[in-house]
Design a protein around this ligand. Structure first.
Ligand code: SAM
Length: 270
């Protein structure tokens, strides 16, 4: 940066989950993983001081970012001039309608690609918000707490297999890419991080018939994960329904694969 470059030097805001990436090797790995191609419409969540933003802009020339912190908007705007065309949406990502955003950014397949080193306090709400708009998203590359990535990608039988694993895997292919140590950020978070790729499944690949019913079944099953399915699903699915789905009523939620939950939720119920 030149001496008259806008200054980002400011305290990180803890309540906004600000941990700024500074390790070049990690930033390069993220850009390589995203691998933007001409015509792609990239949207970054939480650009912060531009650690990923500017390398992506250098590579792709065009980028839309969504940032909540008003103090970052002017310096980002100023610094971006040297790199490419940056469109800044100032606001809460949870209030951004990705479907409308994609419609306003025509691309070959009409979809956007999401990237972000997410504020960790909002990771789950952001993931579920993205799922609500999955049809408008080609793929996502997110930095998250490693523990969250482990839960997202977990298989049945694993201690960390749960609601997040089933909900995300039903709608997306989830691939953990690489681990990132706390020292790659300023200030360093207390935990390890990891970058994950999620690719929403095509509509004919998603077996879920009724998203609301599926979410209710999965929530109930894991709400009481030490209980058997018969007990945990009391009021949501009875023993006959559980058996009709080919599942054992005395099994626990953590033993049921995504397909099992889909079968159960798809059965007609009272
Ligand atoms: N991308 C930058 C980097 O890697 O150094 C910053 C990442 S930092 C972990 C998370 C960013 O998300 C911060 O810039 C923070 O201000 C922003 N943020 C926090 N809450 C947000 C929200 N609700 N909507 C949009 N951005 C948010």
């Amino acid at each position: 940066m030149t001496s008259d470059a806008p200054r980002f030097q400011r305290e990180a805001k803890k309540h906004l989950g600000q941990h700024f990436l500074h390790e070049r090797g990690i930033i390069d790995k993220i850009v390589r993983a995203v691998d933007p191609k001409p015509g792609d419409r990239l949207v970054e969540i939480g650009p912060g001081q531009g650690a990923i933003t500017f390398p992506l802009l250098d590579r792709h020339r065009e980028l839309t970012v969504i940032e909540f912190d008003r103090d970052l908007i002017a310096p980002l705007t100023e610094a971006a001039k040297a790199h490419g065309e940056l469109t800044i949406v100032h606001g809460d990502v949870l209030a951004v309608d990705f479907t409308a955003l994609a419609a306003g950014m025509p691309s070959d397949d009409g979809k956007i690609r999401l990237v972000g080193n997410l504020p960790y306090n909002l990771s789950s709400p952001i993931l579920f918000h993205a799922l609500d708009h999955a049809a408008a998203i080609r793929d996502m590359h997110f930095m998250l707490q490693k523990e969250v990535v482990d839960r997202m990608a977990a298989e049945p039988g694993s201690k960390v297999y749960g609601r997040l694993s089933v909900m995300l895997q039903a709608y997306c292919r989830v691939t953990p890419l690489f681990k990132v140590p706390p020292g790659a950020f300023r200030p360093p978070p207390k935990v390890d991080s990891a970058v994950v790729r999620m690719v929403p499944r095509a509509p004919d690949e998603i077996g879920v018939k009724d998203g609301k019913r599926f979410a209710n079944v999965v929530r109930a099953a894991f709400g009481q994960r030490r209980k058997t399915l018969r007990n945990a699903l009391n009021g949501v699915a009875d023993t006959a329904l559980i058996e009709a789905a080919g599942l054992r009523p005395d099994a626990r939620a953590e033993q049921i694969d995504v397909g099992g939950f889909v079968r159960l939720a798809n059965l007609p119920h009272a």
